[in-house]
Design a protein around this ligand. Structure first.
Ligand code: ADP
Length: 618
């Protein structure tokens, strides 16, 4: 390998350059560190190289150890506070960027991670087993990202100036490589978490059912947050009146795996601990509410415990018991919230060693919590809306029943009165008073008939008994029914019918009533000399019945309420005509029962067209 005239240091530098180049191309941080450490052992002439990385919690962890197998076994994954290393830097002899701690500067009782089993040479620059040489590894802006420590030079001597310079240069390159690898790892983490958050968001915006959303969130959560077990719980809602939960907005919960909570008890029993389900849920709820108030997550793992004002010592002890029950090395409790209220929580559980949560994960989890909180809130509103609709329907049904009952009660005395009025007029009793009684009794009878019919066609339990109904004869009947009144007003009634009659499917009496009400109105609300046109025609596989008049017309405002019960238009000319405002309400119910379609086209002062599109009989 050696070229004549080239010093070993220069050769080492070349090899290290090659290593650093390859390191910059590597994807995973662990691989970068191990390659870099191995490079020192292979090329720089040390028997041991350790690379410690600085974490967010003020510790350094030996993520890569190369060389002596005993050193590898002892040092790998060793974690110590960063300040311990910095303290050694303080007593070190600065060798340029390097820090050399000669054995005689160490305190007598100083703890050491690993001491090589070597005899120092009997020379002034001999390497002592307790000597330490560090190279701080820095990122591009000078921040400490790690520490490279080397031990046991192969020549058993303290490195000379050239060797130190090579080590320095290497450290600078390694620092940058580690920084880049860490950045890449952070970026990948953000991408992974972003994907998880997006998937949950998509599900949440697509689905309305909370249970489905919870079920569909497990996989993206477990993948995105790298957790082994999961617990989602929705808290019972307390409504405006302070009524809580049961009945109207019950809390829901789910775990992954589904038997997660059941498996806890035996595990805890084995260890002589116990934590009831109720205690567990209450604990989660307490912490979640506190977390949501501060918009933070609660993390307990090998590196972190929550601040005491977030989780007190008693609750922390309970959390630890829960973690034991779940076989967890780390948990992250994430509040689900919307506005000011905490509506649930999510507990992410990790079971493997060395799996502390990162800040990016906590941030992403909080975003998921916010999103799921919104969903929970939305489903609660949706549920409340459904309950309100059901209540209104029930009220409507009650109103219908009440009207029907009262109408029935009115019907009998009215029939008796009508009978006696007829009897009296047969006996020759007459005069204006009698006429007024007759007129008003007729109005009352019509009103009760309409009310009873409306109740009948509004009853969802009354099934439609359909049969084929030819429309031609029906239209003729209707023309006959309104003929007298039309004649009295001098109205022309035109009928346009196809040669082949249209046969629809429905209940004949109801269809006749629908037509009578529409055509009756046309006659009633068209002033003298006008005309009414009835038309039957097939339209797109349906039968269209149209009634057009040249009458008063209906304003846009009135059109909006046209089919409401008892509603009469605001037009004084229309109000001058007798009516109860029930005719079109009945029409609309009949149209709905026949799965038909009703279209009104009208303009005040011009006239109106009512069109009904009915399904043809098969
Ligand atoms: P009413 O017993 O008042 O006729 P309806 O329910 O049949 O009750 O009609 C509601 C209102 O719609 C009427 O009061 C009337 O103002 C208006 N209306 C219905 N049909 C017509 C029409 N063909 N032309 C003008 N106005 C109409």
């Amino acid at each position: 390998m050696s070229e004549t005239g080239t010093s070993p240091e220069v050769l080492a530098l070349r090899s290290l350059h090659a290593i650093i180049t390859s390191v910059h191309e590597m994807e995973d941080l662990q691989g970068v560190l191990q390659t870099a450490a191995q490079g020192v052992v292979d090329v720089l002439g040390f028997e041991v190289a350790v690379i410690d990385c600085v974490d967010d919690h003020g510790y350094v962890e030996a993520l890569a150890v190369a060389g002596d197998p005993d050193a590898v076994a002892t040092m790998k994954s060793r974690r110590i506070p960063l300040i311990e290393i910095l303290a050694e830097f303080d007593i070190a002899e600065p060798w340029g960027l390097l820090k050399f701690v000669p054995h005689d500067r160490l305190e007598a009782d100083a703890e050491t991670s690993w001491v090589p089993d070597i005899e120092p040479l009997d020379v002034p620059d001999a390497w002592h087993p307790l000597d330490a040489l560090y190279a701080p590894l820095e990122g591009p802006t000078g921040e400490l990202v790690g520490v490279l420590s080397v031990d046991v030079p192969v020549n058993r001597r303290r490195p000379g100036p050239l060797a130190r310079q090579v080590l320095e240069m290497y450290a600078v390159q390694a620092g940058l490589a580690i920084h880049h690898a860490q950045e890449r790892a952070r970026l990948n983490e953000r991408i992974r978490l972003g994907a998880a958050v997006r998937t949950i968001l998509e599900t949440a915006s697509r689905e309305l059912d909370l249970r489905t959303i919870i079920d569909d969130s497990f996989v993206p959560l477990a993948d995105g947050f790298r957790c082994d077990r999961l617990l989602i719980r929705v808290l019972d809602q307390v409504d405006d009146q302070g009524r809580s939960g049961a009945g109207h907005a019950p809390g829901a919960g789910a775990t992954y795996p589904p038997d997660l909570l059941d498996s806890m008890a035996p595990r805890l029993a084995e260890l002589g601990e116990r934590l009831s389900g109720v205690e567990l849920l209450a604990l989660g709820e307490r912490i979640a509410r506190e977390c949501w108030a501060r918009k933070t997550t609660c993390v307990v793992d090998e590196l972190a415990v929550p601040p005491e004002d977030l989780v007190g010592p008693v609750d922390l002890a309970l959390l630890r018991i829960m973690m034991t029950g779940l076989d967890a090395t780390g948990v992250m409790l994430v509040p689900l919230g919307s506005g000011a209220s905490c509506v649930g929580y999510l507990t992410l559980v990790r079971a493997a060693e060395g799996s502390a949560w990162t800040e990016a994960e906590s941030d992403a989890a909080l975003e998921v919590g916010r999103e799921m909180g919104r969903v929970v809130h939305r489903t609660h509103l949706y549920q409340r809306e459904r309950e309100l609709v059901a209540e209104l329907q029930e009220l409507d049904r009650y109103k219908g029943e009440m009207i029907a009952t009262i109408t029935h009660e009115l019907k009998n005395p009215l029939t008796a009165i009508r009978g006696y009025v007829e009897l009296l007029s047969e006996q020759g009793v007459g005069g204006r008073g009698m006429e007024a009684i007759e007129r008003n009794v007729t109005r009352l009878v019509n009103l009760t008939d309409d009310l009873l019919l409306l109740a009948k066609v509004s009853d969802p339990h009354r099934v439609l008994v359909s049969s084929p109904v030819p429309l031609g004869p029906l239209v003729e009947e209707v023309v006959d029914a309104v003929g007298v009144q039309a004649q009295r007003k001098g109205l022309r009634i035109d009928v346009a019918r196809p040669e082949r009659d249209l046969v629809v499917s429905g209940e004949r009496d109801e269809l006749a009533r629908m037509m009578v009400n529409i055509v009756g109105n046309a006659v009633k609300y068209t002033p003298e000399g006008g005309s009414v046109t009835l038309c039957l025609e097939p339209v797109d596989g349906r039968a269209a019945f149209r009634c057009s008049d040249t009458g008063l017309g209906i304003s846009a405002d009135d059109l909006g309420r046209l089919f409401d019960e008892f509603d009469r238009s605001s037009n004084p000319d229309a109000q001058a005509q007798p009516g109860s405002g029930l005719g079109l309400a009945i029409v609309q119910r009949i149209v709905e029962r026949h799965r038909a379609e009703l279209v009104v086209d009208s303009e005040l002062g011009t006239g109106s067209t009512f069109s009904v599109l009915l399904p043809l009989a098969p």
